[in-house]
Design a binder for this molecule. Structure first.
Ligand code: NAD
Length: 437
């Protein structure tokens, strides 16, 4: 079976390489020539663990191809996945211009039966609109189906998630297209992955519901951590979160306090769900609250630095971690960058370090008082305070004594609670975590 994946971003590239590994013949097509040139040489345009090996392996055996000729890729395939970006537009309404542009290319290149699978995260009603749009623009009558197949992979463990998803959601309007999707995902069927076959609209809503629910958990634990801070040293968010997570109805995941959620998906998907609900006359009050809490959460970290240093003007702050979470170079909506920007706005100088995300960060945040450093120790040189904003494993293992010895000040703001406060104190730091002693 020939498959095309439109969009070679975090989702599209993982899906292309993963489907090729299933044994399908896959063309990964993107309009970004630079990206496709890199990929054709087996190089990745972004950092994602295990992905380079997967791409190279499937390139070598000839199951994976890269192309900028989106029309030809569509014409030669039975199944076309749409995995283009759906950035938030004004008021949180997702901007679907890339989805519509792929729809137009598909309608121009449709002759025999094809299944068009929308994998991008899109508002409820998009699959129906996609079907009408393609139908209305066909040059000659042709048979096709639209399937909604939202993606749940996590950047940083995307390859693992592709091969071992918690579930696969398939929204269809025809048994014929459902059968094609079963064929595409046969290897996942064989390992008894749960499949949820449903309507287009439920499939679309499931994606927003999943991300919004996780966002609720994050904002809830962040508010509880803020409360622990206000109560004082006798209240410890780690103990509270651990006991909460032991309740099987709640579970331990996404109960780690910090500077708030970022990344490409949670911020835009929570806003989109609120907007979709408003369009249907429903107030999504819980999700709106989670968004409002999150918008403010990084400011608690900045306030700790300000209070700890007695003001920020003229101070130097080292910031460790720039990506929105560990194991990725994605800095979209990164809370760490929001912290850096707020520190700069208040007159501080920032010395930042990230194991892989400095290059991406430098594209979106440049400032005369911002220096990107080569490692944690270089970032700490001459700093009055150190902020850990993203919990990369390498930060857990730094020599805190050595870091402290090169700093001018002694303040450590551990915004992800990765250090033991006693160890930090023994290394000479004034330690402040989030919601704990
Ligand atoms: P991305 O920005 O990394 O990649 C999108 C790609 O689409 C870009 O390379 C762009 O050049 C390409 N593109 C745009 N128009 C095109 C066209 N007409 N033809 C071919 N290619 C085109 O985006 P992403 O992070 O991969 O996200 C894609 C979708 O998946 C979004 O809807 C997102 O919400 C959803 N999603 C993302 C994640 C994630 O963790 N990144 C997880 C689940 C779902």
């Amino acid at each position: 079976m020939n498959v095309t994946v439109l969009g070679a971003g975090y989702v599209g590239l993982v899906a292309s390489a993963g489907l090729a590994d299933f044994g399908l013949s896959v063309t990964s097509a993107d309009i970004d020539k630079g990206k496709i040139n890199l990929l054709s040489r087996g190089e990745l345009p972004f950092f994602e663990p295990q992905l380079a090996e997967l791409v190279q392996r499937n390139l070598q055996v000839g199951r994976l191809h890269f192309s900028t000729d989106v029309g030809a890729a569509v014409a030669n395939s039975q199944v076309i996945f749409i995995a283009v970006g759906t950035d938030a537009g004004p008021d949180g309404v997702p901007d679907l211009r890339y989805v519509w542009s792929t729809a137009d290319t598909i309608s121009e290149n449709l002759s025999d039966y094809k299944v068009v699978v929308i994998k991008s995260t899109v508002p409820v009603g998009t699959a129906a609109e996609l079907h009408s749009r393609i139908s209305s623009r066909l040059k000659t009558p042709a048979d096709f189906d639209v399937v909604s197949n939202p993606e749940f992979l996590r950047e940083g463990s995307a390859v693992e998630d592709f091969f071992h998803p918690n579930r696969v959601v398939i929204g269809t309007r025809s048994e014929k297209s459902a059968a094609v999707m079963r064929d595409v995902y046969r290897p996942l069927y064989l390992i008894e992955t749960p499949f949820v076959f449903t309507t287009w609209e439920s499939a679309e809503l499931i994606k927003y519901a999943a991300n919004s629910f996780l966002a609720l958990k994050v904002s809830f634990i962040n508010e509880l951590a803020n409360l622990c801070d206000a109560i004082g040293p006798s209240a410890d968010i780690h103990v509270v979160a651990k006991a909460l997570g032991l309740d099987r109805r709640i579970g331990p995941k996404f109960l780690h306090p910090g500077p708030g959620f970022g990344g490409y998906c949670f911020p835009k998907d929570t806003r989109a769900l609120c907007q979709i609900a408003r369009q249907h006359g429903v107030d999504m009050k819980t999700v709106e609250a989670a968004v409002a809490v999150n918008d403010h959460q990084f400011r608690h970290v900045v306030a700790k630095v300000r209070t700890g240093l007695g003001g920020l003007e003229g101070k130097t702050v080292a910031v460790l971690g720039l990506s929105f979470k560990p194991n990725t170079d994605d800095v979209r909506e990164s809370r760490s960058l929001a912290i850096c920007k707020a520190l700069l706005d208040e007159g501080a100088s920032v010395r930042a370090y990230d194991p892989v995300a400095a290059e991406q960060s430098a594209k979106v945040l440049k400032h005369a008082r911002l220096a990107y450093c080569q490692d944690s120790y270089q970032a700490a040189e001459g700093a009055h305070a150190l902020v850990v904003a993203t919990e990369w494993n390498e930060f857990r293992n730094v020599d805190l004594g050595r870091i402290q010895s090169v700093m001018r000040g002694d303040l450590l703001i551990d915004a992800k609670n990765i250090y033991d406060s006693n160890n930090a104190k023994a290394a000479g730091f004034r330690y402040m975590g989030v919601g704990r002693r």
